[in-house]
Structures are given as structure tokens and as C-alpha cells.
Design a protein around this ligand. Structure first.
Ligand code: 13P
Ligand code: SF4
Length: 300
């Protein structure tokens, strides 16, 4: 009898499909994917594929971003309930009101936001290029939505910009405390500390390296160190194990994002079989969101 893995391989071929997976996905999902990466890498990959169908294993905003960049392609979500909590912390109406309160400031939006919010932004960014995007703004000020931690991190690196920071956050990264990091450091005194910029500012101040999930991987791979404390979601452990053999990695145990675990081999096979859960966005939203997303990936 055909295994679920064999079924996925067969269906992928029949549908001319590609599977993209975020670094936090389940190990078996990462292993079957054609490309695994951070938000920026996945968005770029979505523009490079000549597949007709993209199965996006991650959260809904990531699949929506792929659809905005490829409106003619079918983008399937293994589970449409995979919603990023931070992306719910900002609405298009709130962005419009904030723009009115802050004339002359550009709206910079973290990609962890809904497509309807992206339609109200001037430019999007990911955790990989937030500083670069804020520093390259033509105006002297920005409204940064929705992540207060990434916004504060970018603003601190761009002192010439007047940045109004939203009050959203990722509950998973926010749950990583100074005390937890201090305990990990005491237990592993030789470890280098890598932190995702969604962590609290006081946690970022304890890190040796701050960056996106892909930057963390590249750092672990190239560093002479053999031990790392990695302050991000635990799914990253599989990516690091596969790519950095022989290095030991320690995570804060609380850092688990349930939404990122919703894509399973079974749900991937099911959506490929039935072509179910396609991302559907109003044409007007796709039209208006495309420019900020294309600026994010360096296409305009
Ligand atoms: P990366 O772009 O660094 O992979 O981060 C995405 C994310 O959702 C982190 O919580
Ligand atoms: Fe969203 Fe946080 Fe999950 Fe990333 S880890 S997808 S920011 S809830």
C-alpha cells in the first residue's frame, strides 16, 4: 500500500506542485518540502517557482503573501486554521487611523499581518530586512506595525528615523523571559545566545546574535562555537540538527507555536488530492498589497 509520503510525491507530480515549509514546521513536513526557510526566503522562493500549485506549510499570512506575489497560481494551505496570533493584533481600519494621526510617516508592516492590512502599508518587511527597510525610507518617520519588539529593534538601529511602534507581539517569543535566558546561560556558560527579534527588548540585550530563523541557521553553521542557546520557536531545532550536525542547541521550553504545527503529512496529501483550502483574496486587496510586498522582496 502507498505510504503517505509516496502519495505526496505522486500527487505533487500529477499537480505540478511545489511544497514550501517554514523553519518551525514539523520535522517530517520539513523533510518532504522542496524548500524550507524563513519568511523572506519563502516569499522569494514563491516568486521563482514555475509550479502551478504551491502548498504552503506555515501560517496563513505566509500563504497569502505567496498568493499576492502569484495571483495566477493556486496556493493551498494544509490547514486554514493555522493563524499567526500576532497577525490578528492589527486591523486595516487601525492603520488608516494611525496614518491620519501621523501625517508624513510611512507605514512599514511586518509580513506577519493580514493581506487586508498589507493593502494599507507603504512597505512590508520581514525579520531579515526590517532594519534595511526602515533605514532606506525616504521619509524621516515611520509607523511600524504590528510587532512592538521587532519595531523597537529596527528603530534602535535607525536613530535618524522617528518610528511610532505598534503594540502587537508574538505570544510565543514574548513568553521567553529574562529569567529563563539567565538560567539557560548559567547552565550552558560556553553557549552563544541567538535571539529572534520578536523577543522582548530586554531579552535581545542578552543575545550575542539577533536575526531571523535563517540568519540563526547560517550563524550556527559558520560559527566555531559548538553550543548555542536559541531563543525562538522549538521547530527550528530540526533545521539546525539537520544542517549543523555535532552542535548542541538549547531552547526555552515554552516556545511552541501551535499554528506552525498544523501542516501534517496527512493534511498536505489531502489538499493535494482534493485541491482544497486554496487561498482566496479579493482582487482589490491583491492589487494594493502587491507593491509593499514586492518592495519587501526587493522587486520594486
Ligand atoms: P522568520 O521570518 O525569521 O522565519 O520568522 C517568522 C516568524 O513567524 C517568527 O515567529
Ligand atoms: Fe506568529 Fe509567533 Fe507563531 Fe511566528 S511564532 S507564526 S509570530 S504566533
Amino acid at each position: 500500500m502507498e505510504s503517505v509520503g509516496e502519495r505526496i510525491v505522486r500527487l505533487k507530480e500529477e499537480r505540478n506542485a511545489v511544497i514550501l515549509a517554514h523553519n518551525y514546521c514539523l520535522p517530517e513536513v520539513q523533510d518532504i518540502a522542496d524548500f524550507v526557510g524563513d519568511s523572506l526566503g519563502l516569499s522569494r522562493k514563491a516568486t521563482e517557482t514555475d509550479a502551478d500549485v504551491i502548498v504552503f506549510c506555515g501560517v496563513t499570512f505566509m500563504a497569502e503573501t505567496a498568493k499576492i506575489l502569484n495571483p495566477e497560481k493556486t496556493v493551498l494551505l494544509p490547514d486554514p486554521a493555522a493563524i499567526c496570533a500576532m497577525a490578528q493584533m492589527c486591523s486595516p481600519e487601525q492603520i488608516i487611523a494611525a496614518r491620519e494621526r501621523n501625517p508624513g510617516k510611512e507605514v512599514v508592516g511586518y509580513v506577519n499581518s493580514t493581506a487586508a492590512c498589507k493593502a494599507e502599508m507603504d512597505v512590508c518587511c520581514t525579520s531579515s530586512n526590517a532594519i534595511e527597510i526602515v533605514s532606506s525610507l525616504e521619509s524621516s518617520g515611520a509607523i511600524f506595525v504590528p510587532d512592538r519588539n521587532l519595531g523597537t529593534y529596527a528603530a534602535r538601529s535607525c536613530p535618524d528615523k522617528d518610528v511610532v511602534v505598534w503594540n502587537g507581539f508574538c505570544p510565543i517569543h514574548q513568553s521567553i523571559s529574562v529569567q529563563q535566558v539567565a538560567e539557560l546561560k548559567a547552565a550552558h556558560p560556553d553557549a552563544e545566545v541567538l535571539a529572534h527579534p520578536e523577543c522582548r527588548t530586554e531579552v535581545l540585550d542578552m543575545a550575542d546574535v539577533i536575526g531571523s530563523t535563517e540568519k540563526m541557521l547560517n550563524h550556527c553553521r559558520s560559527s566555531d562555537k559548538t553550543e548555542f542557546i536559541v531563543l525562538t520557536e522549538v521547530g527550528m531545532g530540526h533545521r539546525l540538527e539537520v544542517n549543523c550536525p555535532g552542535k548542541s542547541i538549547h531552547f526555552p521550553r515554552s516556545a511552541v507555536c501551535g499554528a506552525m504545527k498544523m501542516a501534517t503529512l496527512e493534511t498536505i496529501a489531502e489538499v493535494l488530492e482534493n485541491m482544497s483550502n486554496p487561498v482566496e483574496l479579493p482582487a482589490e486587496v491583491v492589487e494594493r498589497a502587491r507593491r509593499p510586498v514586492e518592495r519587501m522582496i526587493g522587486r520594486s
